[in-house]
Design a protein around this ligand. Structure first.
Ligand SMILES: [Zn+2]
Length: 312
C-alpha cells in the first residue's frame, strides 16, 4: 500500500498503436537506412513502462520524419505492454509487468527457461540491440532530481557523454550494475576491451514531468548529431561543468522492513560509517564518504533500494 504522496502527472501515456507495425518485422521497431556508410545508432524508449520521456522522444523522431544522412537509425519502443498498463492512481506500477526489462540482458536470462512478458520482449529485441553500433537508452527517475548519464566505465562511453555534455552529471559503472545486466551491457557492450561502440542510459529527470520529455528529445537529437546521422551544431547544449560519479555498490532490498535513516531523493552525501538505511536486522552504513543515487521511493523486496557512488 502506497504511503508516499503521488507526484503531479504533467504528462500521461498516449496511444502508441500508430507505431506498432514498425518496418522491421518486430513490433514497435523502426529502422531507417541512409544508403551511405556510417554508424548504426539505436534510440531505445520505454525499457521501463512508466518512463514516459522515451516514448515522447521516439515518437517525436518518427513524427518529425528524422532520417539519417549517413549510417542507420533504429528507433524502438521496448516495453509498450507495461506502458499501456498505466494507471494514474498508481503511476509507478507500470515500470514493469513481471521482470525488470533492464536487468535481463544476460545469456542466463535470454537463453533461460523462465517466461514472462519482459523476457519475451527482450528475446524479441535481442537482435535489435545486438545490431546497433551505438545505443541510447532513454530513462527517467522516480524522484525529481538532476538528470544524469549512466554508463559502463569505458573510454568510448565517457567520450560520447562528455562531448554531448548534457546531462552534465555522469554515473560511471566500473563493474556493472550489481543487480542484473542492463540493456546497455548486452553482449559485446558489456565486454571490456570489445570493439563495441557507445551504450548510454540517459536518466532525463522525473518520470512525469514535461521538462524530462523535452530533455529526452534533445539528448536523442544530440546523440544522433554526435554520430553524424543528423545535421546538428556541436555544443548546442548550454555547457555546464561536468560532475562524475563512480558506482560503488547497489543495495537490493532484502526485507519488508527496509527503511532509510532519513528521507532521501538522491544526491545526498554521507560520511564514512554514517547510517543510510536498515534492512531487517542489517544496519547499512556508508562504506566511505559517498553519495546516494536513485533511492527507492517504495521499497520492494528483491528490487534496488539505493545505489552508492563516489565523486570522481
Ligand atoms: Zn528506467
Amino acid at each position: 500500500m502506497s504511503t508516499a504522496a503521488l507526484p503531479v502527472l504533467e504528462v500521461l501515456p498516449r496511444d502508441l498503436s500508430a507505431y506498432a507495425a514498425g518496418n522491421t518485422g518486430i513490433p514497435y521497431v523502426h529502422r531507417f537506412g541512409s544508403g551511405r556508410p556510417g554508424p548504426h545508432v539505436l534510440v531505445n524508449a520505454l525499457t521501463h513502462g512508466n518512463e514516459l520521456c522515451g516514448a515522447v522522444a521516439a515518437s517525436r523522431l518518427l513524427d518529425d520524419g528524422v532520417r539519417p544522412r549517413i549510417g542507420t537509425l533504429t528507433i524502438a519502443f521496448a516495453n509498450v505492454a507495461a506502458y499501456e498498463s498505466f494507471d494514474p492512481a498508481r503511476p509507478f506500477d507500470s515500470r514493469q509487468l513481471v521482470h525488470n526489462l533492464n536487468r535481463v540482458w544476460s545469456p542466463e536470462w535470454l537463453d533461460g527457461d523462465e517466461d514472462g512478458p519482459e523476457l519475451r520482449r527482450a528475446r524479441e529485441l535481442r537482435p535489435v540491440v545486438a545490431a546497433a553500433d551505438h545505443v541510447l537508452d532513454l530513462h527517467s527517475t522516480s524522484q525529481d532530481v538532476e538528470p544524469f548519464w549512466v554508463y559502463p566505465a569505458r573510454a568510448r562511453n565517457a567520450e560520447v557523454a562528455l562531448a554531448i555534455g548534457r546531462p552534465s552529471v555522469h554515473l560511471v559503472m566500473p563493474s556493472g550494475l550489481g543487480s542484473g545486466t542492463p540493456l546497455i551491457e548486452h553482449g559485446r557492450f558489456g565486454v571490456a576491451g570489445s570493439d563495441a561502440g557507445a551504450a548510454l542510459v540517459a536518466e532525463c529527470g522525473q518520470h512525469f514531468r514535461r521538462a524530462t520529455c523535452e530533455l529526452a528529445v534533445e539528448v536523442a537529437l544530440d546523440v544522433l548529431g554526435h554520430f553524424g546521422l543528423i545535421e546538428r551544431a556541436p555544443g548546442g547544449a548550454a555547457r555546464a561543468p561536468q560532475r562524475r560519479y563512480e558506482l560503488i555498490r547497489t543495495h537490493v532490498v532484502r526485507t519488508p522492513d527496509f527503511r532509510f535513516a532519513r528521507p532521501l531523493v538522491g544526491f545526498e552525501t554521507f560520511e564514512a560509517d554514517e547510517p543510510i538505511a536498515v534492512d531487517g536486522d542489517a544496519e547499512l552504513r556508508a562504506p566511505e564518504a559517498c553519495t546516494v543515487l536513485m533511492p527507492t521511493r517504495e521499497p520492494i523486496v528483491g528490487r534496488e533500494g539505493f545505489y552508492l557512488a563516489r565523486a570522481l
